[in-house]
Write a protein that binds this ligand. Structure first.
Ligand code: ADP
Ligand code: MG
Length: 291
């Protein structure tokens, strides 16, 4: 079995084109992404780079134009309407970019977590137990009877995460869950996502523009112009004196066809333009300016 076959999420040359009248927007232009079971991955990138488009596709609310996208056994380009409903209900939990769009103003936190389980025909007893457990796990157990208007921004987000987890999905997708929060609250909410990942074993893909926040996950994927451009992997290393520190290494992403993007500052430093010289060495490849 190849590494990709074992992965939970695989996107390959993913393309999403939005057509509004005569105008065509290529939101995703051949994006590659592989996420393993149990991972927590942060997705970063400038506004308009395609982050929300990617998450909507993975959430099954939007469909790709071309390429490949698979989550568990589901092929996101070839799902029937009924499969899509099942997929959205059981396989993925989705926290949308605008906090308010995740919550219903006239329902209490407990009722909101209850709702997706009712749709899935979970027995009432089980629903009561699970919504209490989930709200507790997210640190808002005491607020179960409150409506969104009676909750702070951070509390609303925790409730939204609990709602997304109601039907025990294997994947949690969160689109800028800390975007509207101050630094301290945003660190708390991010901590809650890490707990969900570690304690419940849920695979988490979280979009964020906050470098402080993305610095806390083992893997950060950067999207630029609708394509994955680089990945940063972090690991904890032990120094000779016994102290531990985090090492972050940046990797370029190579697609199936062998294409990689050379960062702009590297290109400018060596005046690399259209044509470069590639040379294969025993254990590496060099890229040199043509001139
Ligand atoms: P991000 O979340 O990284 O800010 P988005 O995925 O929201 O980026 O958007 C990527 C690009 O696609 C942008 O240029 C945006 O204007 C465009 N776009 C997103 N959604 C739509 C839509 N429904 N119709 C037309 N264009 C869209
Ligand atoms: Mg967005």
């Amino acid at each position: 079995m190849s590494a990709d076959a074992a992965a939970l999420i695989v996107c390959e040359s993913l393309v999403r084109i939005y057509q509004t009248g005569p105008v065509e927007v290529q939101a995703l232009q051949g994006l590659d992404l592989v996420v393993d079971k149990g991972e927590m991955v942060a997705v970063v990138g400038a506004s308009g780079s395609g982050k929300s488009t990617l998450l909507s596709i993975l959430a099954g609310v939007d469909a790709p134009t071309a390429g490949r996208a698979r989550v568990e056994q589901w092929d996101l380009l070839a799902m029937s309407r009924a499969d899509r409903v099942r997929y959205r209900r059981h396989t993925v939990g989705f926290v949308r970019q605008q906090t308010a769009s995740n919550l219903i103003p006239y329902l209490t936190a407990q009722q909101m977590v209850d709702l997706p389980m009712t749709a899935a025909r979970t027995p009432a007893r089980e629903r009561r137990q699970r919504s209490a457990d989930l709200l507790e796990a997210l640190g808002v157990g005491a607020l179960a009877g409150r409506r969104p208007g009676e909750l702070s921004g951070g509390q609303q987000m925790r409730v939204a995460i609990a709602v997304a987890l109601a039907n025990q999905p294997h994947v949690l997708l969160a689109d800028e869950p800390t975007g509207e929060l101050d630094t301290a609250t945003s660190a708390e909410v991010f901590g809650a996502l890490r707990d969900v990942n570690r304690d419940l074993g849920v695979t988490v893909v979280v979009v964020t523009h906050d470098p402080a926040v993305s610095g806390q996950v083992e893997r950060t994927v950067s999207i630029r112009d609708g394509r994955t451009s680089s990945e940063v992997l972090r690991r904890t290393a032990t120094a000779d004196d016994g102290g531990t520190h985090v090492i972050a290494e940046e990797y370029a992403v190579m697609d199936r066809a062998g294409r990689i993007q050379v960062p702009r500052d590297y290109r400018e430093a060596l005046a690399l333009t259209r044509r470069v010289r590639l040379a294969l060495e025993p254990d590496h490849i060099t890229i040199r300016s043509d001139s």
